[in-house]
Design a protein around this ligand. Structure first.
Ligand code: FES
Length: 169
């Protein structure tokens, strides 16, 4: 019969949590707790925790002596910051002019219908959907960053097929 050791994973998890907090503290200290380092600090926090929780944002605001509203404003303004766990797959639809003209809205609507609104992750945790302004690939319009790679000249039908392939219901 298999035995379990419940205390071990929890100790390991506690240690990992402590290390993350220490690493974040070190990042803020390296910048002398300056509010000017907010974006770098948010990057570090997201790398360490995967996404930015309200508690994390409050703690960063306190330590950098910034208004919590400013920290939240920056975290929500940039598409690369996430306030909830990221999905297994990520789609960032470019809504810059060239992509918009070539039908980017149709791609976003397809993703929103099947997965989640822009800025959110599907309830099954499979797909995160985001939008951005010009990702520098206008010649490939309409362009999407899918799992970190730029994919160009997409159609809503291709997006649908892609979602079918990865098992989105
Ligand atoms: S407008 Fe979409 S890549 Fe430039």
């Amino acid at each position: 019969m298999a035995t379990t050791t419940p205390s071990k994973p929890s100790k390991a998890a506690d240690t990992a949590r402590d290390n993350r907090a220490k690493l974040l503290e070190r990042a803020m200290s390296r910048h002398s707790y300056s509010g000017d380092a907010l974006i770098e600090v948010l990057h570090t926090a997201q790398e360490l925790y995967g996404f930015l929780t309200p508690d994390l944002l409050k703690s960063i605001a306190r330590k950098l002596r910034l208004p919590p509203s400013r920290v939240l404003g920056v975290a929500t303004f940039y598409h690369f910051f996430s306030l909830e766990p990221k999905g297994e797959h990520s789609y960032i639809v470019c809504l810059g002019t060239a992509c918009y003209v070539k039908g980017a809205l149709g791609l976003l609507e397809t993703l929103e219908r099947r997965c989640a609104k822009a800025g959110r992750t599907s309830p099954d945790g499979k797909v995160s959907v985001n939008s951005a302004r010009c990702i520098g690939a206008c010649g490939l319009a309409p362009a999407v960053i899918r799992d970190g790679e730029i994919v160009g000249r997409l159609t809503p039908r291709q997006v649908t097929e892609d979602l079918d392939r990865i098992g989105v219901k």
